[in-house]
Design a protein around this ligand. Structure first.
Ligand SMILES: [Zn+2]
Length: 382
């Protein structure tokens, strides 16, 4: 072990004997009392020394035996220590790819803030590389989500869409102006490759542990060009994901409203069917409206989509997706976040499992709702 106080957290003394790591309340930790000699020892925890050397240096500055170990233990349990040698073989392989690592350095620093254990950031970043995510839709929202996931180190990002890129599909984080006229799926594939910090993993590498050529889907992001399909998703379109237990996350912009969620863990949290049945319970006119919204041929073929809102929705959606891939249950799990122009206040609405839905999410305990879905645990164990 080479203990290193996480450099991502700013360190400041509150008063003479209390040190605060981190700025924001979400992740700040206070440690005290810390005497002057221990404070000096803190400075030595920069990842360049192993424990034997640290013990020696502690003795040299007059600290009693056991003090170095005690400090390391204390900081580890406070989630403040990283270890540039920890995280397992996949993390070591990641460290060897220095070009990619430089690109991902801020992301790794962020992961180190979020995940307390030493080596946690490197292990998660390495796990991302082995994951396969599918984005449905290559419009302003979908293509940007795919680009961001790729730039975040997700090894396999596939984008599915039909037709050719239109001028209004272009967005600063998504498809470039040069892609206009090209097939959307081809243009999106190229975008994903360009945004990746590294060459894509080989099939054998990304399927490590699964024993097959292609890893299973960790997540599907449904980000249709017509945001209505995310706002009121058709349960029939999700049948395959429900049947195979594939986690999926909805996102889009409809008219002047952006939405992120719900993240559906099939059979665990509310799905598109639950959403539709719940709405119909509360609004007797809903079914008629839905039928017209879905069947009505659009006279104006270009749906409204503010590019700034689309970019915000895409960024937030990618962050929710990454949080899930990294082993957490983000706030979109069984809930939808929405913001409407012009005030853009984010609000959330929980989507509850419906008794009559075929997905059978209704009637489960909280733990049953969400356990067993994380692709991370398989990947990190493998
Ligand atoms: Zn359902």
């Amino acid at each position: 072990m080479h203990p290193m106080v996480k450099p991502a957290l700013r360190r400041a003394w509150r008063e003479r004997q209390t040190v605060q790591f981190g700025v924001t309340p979400a992740h700040a930790v206070m440690v005290g009392p810390v005497d002057t000699a221990t404070g000096a020892l803190l400075e030595l925890l920069d990842g360049t020394r192993g424990l034997p050397l640290l013990r020696e240096e502690a003795r040299a500055i007059g600290l009693p035996d056991g003090q170095a170990d005690a400090l390391v233990k204390r900081l580890t349990s406070a989630g403040l220590l990283d270890d540039p040698t920890a995280g397992g073989p996949a993390a070591d392989a990641l460290r060897a790819r220095t070009g990619a690592l430089d690109r991902l350095r801020p992301d790794m620093a962020s992961l180190s803030v979020v995940h307390p254990e030493p080596g946690g950031a490197a292990a998660r970043m390495a796990a991302r590389r082995a994951m396969r995510v599918q984005v449905r839709g290559a419009g302003r929202v979908g293509a940007t989500i795919a680009a961001v996931l790729s730039a975040s180190g997700v090894g396999r990002v596939e984008v599915l869409d039909g037709g050719c890129t239109e001028p209004w599909d272009v967005a600063p984080g998504g498809l470039p102006p040069e892609a206009v006229g090209e097939r959307r799926d081809t243009a999106a594939r190229q975008l994903v490759r360009r945004r990746a910090p590294d060459r894509p993993p080989r099939a054998a590498e990304s399927a490590a542990g699964s024993g097959t050529g292609e890893p299973g889907l960790s997540l599907v992001v449904a980000a249709p060009r017509d945001g209505l399909e995310a706002y009121a998703p058709d349960p029939a379109a999700a049948e395959g994901w429900i049947a195979t237990g594939t986690p999926h996350l909805y996102a889009g912009v409809v008219e002047a409203t952006g939405l992120v969620g719900p993240l559906v863990l099939p059979g665990g949290t509310a799905c598109a069917g639950c959403l539709e049945l719940g709405r119909a319970d509360r609004d007797p006119g809903r079914a008629r409206l839905l039928a017209q919204w879905r069947s009505g041929r659009r006279r104006n073929a270009v749906p409204a989509c503010d590019v700034a809102l689309a970019t915000a929705v895409a960024g937030l959606t990618a962050a929710h997706a990454l949080s899930f891939l990294d082993g957490e249950l983000p706030a979109s799990t069984g809930a939808r976040w929405e913001a409407s122009l012009p005030l853009l206040e984010w609000r959330s609405e929980s989507v509850t499992p419906h008794l009559d839905c075929v997905c059978s999410a209704s009637g489960k305990s909280e733990r049953e709702h969400t356990s067993g879905f994380h692709p991370l645990h398989e990947t990190m164990a493998g």
